[in-house]
Write a protein that binds this ligand. Sequence first.
Ligand SMILES: Nc1nc2c(c(=O)[nH]1)N[C@H]1C(S)=C(S)[C@@H](COP(=O)(O)O)O[C@H]1N2
Ligand SMILES: [Mo]
Length: 262
Amino acid sequence: MVRKLSRRFLLGGLAGGSLAGPALAAPFLPARDRAAPDRASPFGDGFLGAGEWLAYRAQRLIGGDALAPEFTEADMSPVFRTNGNTLPASATYRAHAATGFADWRLRVDGQVGMPRAFSLQELRAMPSRTQITLHNCVEGWSAVGKWQGTLLGVLLREVGLRPSARYIVFHCADDFDGTPYYESVDLDDAFHPQTILAYDMNDAPLTIGHGAPIRMRIERQLGYKHAKFVMRVEAVESLRGIGQGKGGFWEDEAGYYWYAGI
Ligand SMILES: Nc1nc2c(c(=O)[nH]1)N[C@H]1C(S)=C(S)[C@@H](COP(=O)(O)O)O[C@H]1N2
Ligand SMILES: [Mo]
């Protein structure tokens, strides 16, 4: 398992993306410290549709380590549209935006040993990854963009994930008719080398429309999994207590698949 993780990490560094920053020796948890999210349904037996469950198991089995394709600068889309909410209504969010997110903090809590709040400067100082990838929205558009951000795996290691943690939930500043946006992933995606808390897009600080101050990039998943305006990262044992229990805003509201693997 240790060899497998090293290979994953090495591939992450060689496959077009670049890693930067201090303390890159072993940012990912040893396999034995990780839960086994693929052994049981996140929501209890029979919750995921049969097709979704099969796809999830198959992809975890054969493609657990696989990287999403990466592209070159020449492939980058001249226009990368925004989608969903482009400016959270929250007064707290707008106050942070007005001051360039200087006093904003990312809360990281839940099933962790040391809950912590990170400033944008702290996140920027941590090991990062840059990648040029294809974003796929279920509404029928896609675009290639360049993203830089803190490796979620490194962040989780900082706070010490408890063995009980099985899913990572992203709580966002925006809402639709009063229901806050949220998303979640299993630990395979959380520790995947292309899963980053992006603060830069196309070599510039993330704009509000694209999710400032940070938005997720979870490259093997469809667009709606890439939570924008992330305010809090919560490690949980089960997704049942989150929202209406299906793991994400669109999963709860419109029956989108929780496992949106592509
Ligand atoms: N917080 C939040 N995150 C979100 C959304 C949203 O409305 N709110 N929309 C999602 C959808 S459907 C897509 S396709 C992408 C769009 O990202 P973009 O605006 O950077 O293109 O963000 C995703 N993340
Ligand atoms: Mo989307």
